[in-house]
Design a protein around this ligand. Structure first.
Ligand code: IVH
Length: 478
């Protein structure tokens, strides 16, 4: 293949891969199979290896992460990245509207956006003539860290903007990088297996992943992005957020589908209640709702304080933490023999749900937190993740608390437990252990296995109790 032919093919390949990645990661509607995508991607890598000088910065191959950095450089924000004022109740929303109206000279009808407040990390992405050139953290609002190489690995951040017409010479968009709840759980599970410290929540995991000096580590973490604004609205032909969001979507940016345009703050309040109801079913964490005056002219007239804009406010969700008495610890035996300690709590209510059990993760976590049986503990129920014990409240101790003694024998089969040197997980190594067998059948019949209808955990337990099944093959003899 000549260089010229390679150049043509590479341009076509990149456009095709960019389009498919957009369909897949932004539109959630893939048009080709994963295998076909991989084939095109391998062709791209192969040709770029043959013609290294033809590699461009917007090539999908650049998402795998380049060389590690010694330190992050500074990134100066052309316009400061402000914070938001918080409110916690509907009455404060009325005060916010009152303040806005008092400050405005015009009495025209106000319109608003009500947006999920994504619980991730604020970033700025700069584009020049449609190419992603620099990405940074918020930092102190004026100067952040240059994390361009890491942001390049975030699959739904466009490296090159889609364009129907002319693109702005310079465009800085702002938004939130986050890790989905599912990927957070998988990441922590993997870390537990490798005896690495666990992340407390998806937000910390996203922050830790973005602030890696080695972009290959970031590339291995499935981070995502939602855009929520631009540094300078004058860069685009939009008069309000109502026009901006569809425009940003047409440029290839992922816009959150739950952003609602509202004609009154009563409508915004209704959306808040709705978000509060559905938040646990979402695959990413939100910690409230952001309300913004939609018109850029209005935003400009209202201006900002040194800390936050006067045209927006964050209405936070109530806390999801509560205190509970930990009356004991149970030890569950998993499918692979891993022993998981679980806190038994005196039942209490967090955000409308009764909680009786909470995760303690492993022996090291119990020790690190310094927990004792009988402790009053702080429990967090975030999203649809299993509630977890955050820490004890030592000031509430009475002297009656008992140490937690990790068992030496399997609670199911009494075989000696084993914890390999340097690992966090303690295991029962008896392959005939009844609890392990039961968990294996549950796993095999469940969603990760054959997904057998009518054979959920409860029925498997009943069948095992009745001695109708003991191991996986027994299912087929029923
Ligand atoms: S607007 C000047 N919109 O919340 C306005 N922020 O507590 C700046 N956030 O630093 C922010 N979702 O990281 C805005 N839909 C949203 C948001 C959002 C999450 C974060 C953002 C900001 C923080 C302020």
């Amino acid at each position: 293949m000549t260089r010229q032919q390679a150049e043509l093919r590479l341009t076509a390949l990149r456009a095709e891969l960019q389009d498919h990645a957009h369909q897949y990661y932004v539109q959630d509607a893939p048009v080709i199979s994963d295998a076909e995508y991989d084939r095109l991607f391998r062709e791209l890598l192969c040709m770029e290896a043959q013609f290294p000088d033809l590699v461009t910065l917007d090539s999908p191959s650049q998402r795998v992460g380049g060389e590690p950095l010694a330190a992050f450089a500074e990134a100066i924000h052309t316009l400061p990245m402000l914070s938001l004022d918080n409110i916690f109740a509907a009455e404060e929303l009325a005060d916010f509207e009152e303040r806005v109206r008092r400050r405005l000279k015009s009495t025209a009808q106000l319109t608003w956006t009500a947006e999920p407040k994504i619980d991730g990390l604020a970033v700025e992405l700069r584009y020049e003539n449609g190419f992603f050139v620099e990405g940074s953290t918020r930092g102190n609002g004026f100067v952040g860290e240059n994390i361009t190489a890491n942001l390049r690995t975030v699959r739904n951040i466009p490296l090159r903007l889609l364009a129907d017409g002319p693109l702005p010479e310079r465009l800085a968009v702002r938004g939130e990088v986050y890790l989905s709840k599912k990927d957070f759980a998988a990441l922590n599970q993997q870390r537990a297996g490798q005896d690495e410290p666990l992340f407390a929540n998806p937000r910390n995991a996203a922050a830790g992943s973005l602030r890696q000096l080695d972009p290959k580590i970031t590339a291995a973490r499935p981070l995502s992005f939602f855009v929520y604004g631009v540094a300078d609205p004058a860069a685009l032909p939009c008069a309000s957020l109502t026009e901006l969001f569809p425009h940003l979507r047409s440029l290839g940016f992922p816009v959150n589908p739950l952003i609602k345009f509202c004609r009154s703050l009563a409508e915004a309040e209704e959306h808040y209640r709705h978000l509060q109801q559905i938040r646990h079913g979402l695959d990413y964490e939100i910690d409230g709702m952001v309300i913004k005056a939609a018109s850029f002219a209005v935003q400009e007239e209202l201006g900002s304080t040194a800390r936050a804009p006067r045209w927006a406010v964050a209405w936070k969700f109530p806390a999801e933490e509560a205190e509970a008495v930990m009356s004991g610890v149970e030890y569950q035996v998993g499918r692979t023999g891993a022993i998981t300690p679980v806190a038994v709590l005196e039942p209490m209510n967090i955000g409308g749900v009764v909680v009786r059990r909470a995760a303690l993760h492993n022996q090291d976590e119990i020790q690190r937190k310094g927990l004792m049986i009988g402790d009053t503990v702080l429990v967090r129920r975030a999203g649809d993740v299993i509630p977890e014990v955050i820490r004890p409240l030592p000031e509430r101790r009475t002297g009656q608390e008992q140490p937690i003694v990790f068992p030496k024998e399997c609670p199911s089969c009494n075989n000696a437990l084993h914890r390999p040197e340097g690992e966090a997980v303690t295991r029962c190594r008896n392959p005939r252990c009844p609890a392990q067998r039961l968990q294996r059948i549950i796993w095999f019949a469940g969603k990760s296995g054959l997904d057998i209808e009518g054979l959920g955990p409860k029925n498997v337990e009943k069948l095992a109790e009745a001695k109708l099944i003991e191991d996986i093959p027994d299912i087929f003899c029923l």
